[in-house]
Design a protein around this ligand. Structure first.
Ligand SMILES: Nc1ncnc2c1ncn2[C@@H]1O[C@H](COP(=O)(O)OP(=O)(O)OP(=O)(O)O)[C@@H](O)[C@H]1O
Length: 237
C-alpha cells in the first residue's frame, strides 16, 4: 500500500539550533502510528514541520502522493491533514463556533451534518454547545480539539501529546476516542511520551534527540532490549 504521508531527510530547528536530524517517517492510509519520545526529543518540532508550522531546512514531505513541504498549513489541511491542537481553540467562542471553524472548508449543508455527527460522537460537547470554550475542563478541551480537527474530514489526524495534563481517566477517554474512530479510514499520527498510547498503535517510531532510532511494530519494540530499557524500565514489559 502506498504511504499517505511520507517524509524523508527532515532537518530543521530554531535559528542556528538543529533539532531534527535526517528524520524519516511514513504513515499509510488507516494506520495508527505513534511517535514515542521523551521530553525535548523533538516530537513537537517533527509534527510542526510535517503540517507546515515550521519550515524544513532540508527534506521532503509527501501527502497523498503529492509534495506538500512547500505548502502553507492551510494548503496541507485542504488536502486532508488535520493537526489537533488546543492552541487553535478560541476561548471566547462557543463550542459550536469553534467546531464551525474546523469545518471552514465544508459547504453549509455538510457543515450542519458534520456538526450533528460530532455532537453524537461527543455528547458532552452537545451539552455545552452554547458555552464558551474557556469554560471547558482540560479533558473537554481535548475533545473539542479532536472534534474540531475531525470537522474537516481529514485523512490523517495528527495529535501532539494528547495525554499532556490529563488525569489517567481522561487519558483512557482519549484512547477510547482513537479506538472508536477505527474503521473510518482516518490515519493517526500521535506523538506521545505516555506508553499507554502503544495500545492503539499499529506501528511505532522512537524519536531520540531529534533522530528516529526505531521503526516497527509494538511487538518488535518490546523485543528490542536497548529501547525497552530506555523507555519501559528493565522489568516493565
Ligand atoms: N521556539 C523554539 N526556539 C528554540 N528552541 C526550541 C523552540 N521550541 C523547541 N525548542 C527546543 O527544541 C527541542 C525539542 O523540542 P520539542 O518541543 O520539539 O520536543 P518534544 O519532544 O515535543 O518535547 P515535550 O514532550 O517536552 O513537548 C528542545 O530542546 C526545545 O528546547
Amino acid at each position: 500500500m502506498d504511504a499517505l504521508l511520507k517524509a524523508e531527510g527532515m532537518n530543521t530547528g530554531y535559528d542556528q539550533l538543529q533539532i531534527l536530524w535526517d528524520a524519516a517517517l511514513e504513515v499509510k492510509a488507516g494506520e495508527r502510528v505513534v511517535v514515542l519520545g521523551s521530553n525535548g526529543a523533538g516530537k513537537t518540532t517533527l509534527l510542526k514541520s510535517l503540517v507546515g508550522l515550521l519550515p524544513l531546512w532540508s527534506g521532503t514531505v509527501e501527502f497523498d502522493g503529492q509534495p506538500v513541504h512547500r505548502l502553507r498549513i492551510d494548503g496541507r489541511v485542504r488536502r486532508g491533514m488535520a493537526y489537533m491542537s488546543e492552541v487553535g481553540i478560541i476561548a471566547d467562542l462557543s463550542v459550536e463556533d469553534n467546531l464551525r471553524i474546523g469545518g471552514y472548508f465544508s459547504s453549509r449543508e455538510k457543515l450542519k451534518s458534520k456538526m450533528e455527527a460530532m455532537f453524537e460522537e461527543f455528547p458532552i460537547l452537545k451539552e455545552r454547545r452554547q458555552e464558551a470554550a474557556a469554560s471547558l475542563s482540560g479533558g473537554q478541551r481535548k475533545m473539542l480539539a479532536a472534534a474540531r480537527a475531525l470537522m474537516g474530514d481529514p485523512k490523517l489526524l495528527i495529535m501532539d501529546e494528547p495525554s499532556a495534563g490529563l488525569s489517567p481517566l481522561l487519558v483512557t477517554e482519549i484512547l477510547n476516542l482513537v479506538k472508536s474512530l477505527e474503521g473510518r479510514n482516518i490515519a493517526f499520527l500521535i506523538a506521545e511520551q505516555n506508553i499507554k498510547f502503544l495500545e492503539v498503535a499499529t506501528r511505532v517510531y522512537v524519536l531520540d534527540s531529534g533522530r528516529m532510532i526505531f521503526n516497527g511494530t509494538v511487538d518488535e519494540l518490546q523485543r528490542n532490549d536497548a529501547i525497552r530499557r530506555a523507555y519501559f524500565g528493565v522489568d516493565a514489559v
